[in-house]
Write a protein that binds this ligand. Structure first.
Ligand code: DGY
Length: 325
C-alpha cells in the first residue's frame, strides 16, 4: 500500500475513503506543518494530504523522491510550490467550488458587520452604554445602492456578487478575463483596479495569492479608496500590505476593514490591527461550516486516490503534468 502523509488529524468519517486503500500516517494536532515523524518518512511517501498551513517547497520535495501526488485541502495553493511539483511531474489537487457559498456567506457577514459597526454596537449594549434610542447613535453605511468592488471574479467572487446584487448594490469587478454571465445577469461592470478603488463603497478581495496579487492593496491602493470605504479580505492576507493597512485605518484613509485572513497568520495577539476600533478580524473561517469542510476533505481524498492510482485528478491545478507525460 502507498504511504500517505496527512499533516493534521481530520475526523475519521471525512477520510473514510482512504481506509484500507493507503497506509496513512497522520501528524499531530500541533505544530502546524510536517512533524519530525512525518519528515522522517518523507523518502517513502507517495502521497501528501496537506492543509493551507503546510509549506510544500523544493526542499521538501527533494526529500520525497517517490512522491506521486500532492492533495491540498483548500482551493488556494499558495502554500505549494506548484511549479516545482510540475517540474517533477507531480499533480497538485485542490478543492474548488464547494467552499464558494460558505466563503461568500462569511464575506457578507463581515461586510455587513463592518458597515453597521455591529461589534462595537453589541459591545456598547452589553457594557451598559445603551442608555436611550439615539437618532444619531451607531450610524452605519447602506449596502442598498452602494457600489461593491469585487477583486477576483472566480467562483467565490461570483457567489459574493449574487449576494450583494440581492441586497441592491451595484457591482464593479476586476478579473483577468471578462465574466459575461455576471455582466448579463447581475449588471456587473469590469473596470480597471484604479477605477474600482476610486468608486467602490466596499472593496472585497477574492483573488488567489500569487506574484501579481501580493500586496495588490498597498499604500497607494488604500489612498485611492474613498475615506468612507470598507475593505473586506476573505482571500489571502498577503494580498494586502499589512503595514500600509494599519496606517490607513489609523489615519482614516478608509473607514474600516474586515479581515478573515491576515499576514502573518495567525495574527499575534499584540498586533496593532487588534487595537484599531475600525478593524474586525476573524481567524480564517471562510470555509468553516460542517458541510463545507467535510466536502473539502472528501474532495482532497478523491484527488489523492486518483493520483496514487494513476488517474487524472478530478481537481488539478497543474494539468500540464498530463500533457508532458
Ligand atoms: C481555501 O480553501 O483556500 C480557503 O482559504 C480555506 O478556507
Amino acid at each position: 500500500m502507498s504511504l500517505v502523509l496527512l499533516t493534521h488529524p481530520l475526523p475519521e468519517d471525512w477520510i473514510a475513503s482512504l481506509r484500507g486503500r493507503v497506509e496513512l500516517l497522520i501528524g499531530p494536532e500541533s505544530p502546524v506543518g510536517f512533524s519530525p515523524e512525518l519528515l522522517e518518512r518523507l523518502p517513502e511517501a507517495e502521497g501528501l494530504l496537506t492543509l493551507l498551513t503546510d509549506r510544500v517547497d523544493e526542499a521538501l520535495l527533494a526529500r520525497a523522491p517517490r512522491l506521486r501526488v500532492v492533495s491540498n485541502m483548500a482551493v488556494g495553493v499558495d502554500n505549494v510550490d506548484v511549479a516545482a511539483c510540475t517540474r517533477r511531474g507531480i499533480p497538485v489537487g485542490n478543492t474548488p467550488g464547494v467552499l464558494a457559498d460558505a466563503t461568500a456567506d462569511l464575506t457578507l457577514a463581515l461586510l455587513l458587520a463592518a458597515a453597521r459597526g455591529i461589534f462595537q454596537a453589541a459591545a456598547d449594549a452589553r457594557q451598559g452604554r445603551w442608555t436611550t434610542w439615539s437618532p444619531t447613535g451607531w450610524l452605519g453605511a447602506d449596502l442598498a445602492g452602494a457600489v461593491v468592488g469585487i477583486v477576483g471574479m472566480g467562483q467565490i467572487g461570483r457567489a459574493v456578487a449574487r449576494r450583494v446584487h440581492g441586497f441592491g448594490a451595484r457591482i464593479v469587478y476586476v478579473n483577468p478575463s471578462p465574466r459575461p454571465q455576471v455582466e448579463a445577469v447581475l449588471g456587473a461592470e469590469r473596470v480597471p483596479l484604479e477605477r474600482l478603488l476610486r468608486e467602490s463603497d466596499f472593496v472585497t478581495l477574492h483573488c488567489p495569492l500569487n506574484a501579481e496579487t501580493r500586496h495588490l492593496i498597498d499604500a497607494d491602493a488604500l489612498r485611492a479608496m474613498k475615506p468612507t470605504a470598507v475593505l473586506v479580505n476573505a482571500a489571502r492576507g498577503a494580498v494586502v500590505d499589512t503595514t500600509a493597512l494599519v496606517q490607513a485605518l489609523r489615519e482614516r484613509w478608509i473607514a474600516a476593514a474586515a479581515l478573515d485572513v491576515t499576514d502573518p497568520e495567525p495574527l499575534p495577539p499584540e498586533h496593532p490591527l487588534y487595537h484599531l476600533p475600525n478593524c474586525l478580524i476573524t481567524p480564517h473561517i471562510g470555509s468553516a461550516t460542517h458541510g463545507t469542510r467535510r466536502r473539502m476533505a472528501e474532495i482532497a481524498c478523491e484527488n489523492l486516490l486518483a493520483g496514487l492510482e494513476g488517474r487524472r485528478l478530478p481537481h488539478c491545478v497543474n494539468p500540464e503534468v498530463y500533457d508532458e507525460g
